[in-house]
Design a protein around this ligand. Structure first.
Ligand code: FES
Length: 123
């Protein structure tokens, strides 16, 4: 079962939707469960000014993406690249073992969005 913090975030997720005028977008999926996660960001001067997510997936995916987007807003691109699913799980307290892959989606979506941003910058 999910702990109280996870349930609370699931009932009231933050940073849901799409950032207006985003300049970074990453979409990833998990082939096994079929869930899809998309993260958009507005990055200015190397700082993530805003980040939002859309998730077609389970409760753990929604909660992980809500938490992960909250953790990277205000951070530099380099700092956001350091974020791991382990840190997201630590922030949540715990996730059931069979739900760990859901938090990996959030980490992957952030990396995909930053890769998109860097390619737009010609890097
Ligand atoms: Fe696949 Fe949660 S079951 S993301």
């Amino acid at each position: 079962m999910y702990n109280a913090k996870v349930m609370e975030i699931f009932k009231n997720p933050q940073h849901m939707g799409e950032v207006e005028n985003y300049n970074a977008i990453g979409t990833v999926g998990n082939e096994t469960c079929g869930d899809i996660m998309q993260i958009t960001m507005r990055i200015e001067d190397g700082i993530i000014k805003d980040a939002k997510f859309k998730t077609f997936g389970c409760a753990a995916a929604v909660v992980s993406s809500s938490t992960a987007t909250g953790m990277i807003i205000g951070k530099t691109v380099e700092e956001a690249l350091q974020l791991t699913n382990k840190q997201v799980i630590e922030e949540l307290g715990e996730l059931p073992p069979q739900k760990i892959h859901c938090s990996v989606l959030a980490e992957d979506a952030i990396r995909a969005a930053i890769a998109d941003y860097e390619s737009r910058q010609g890097k």
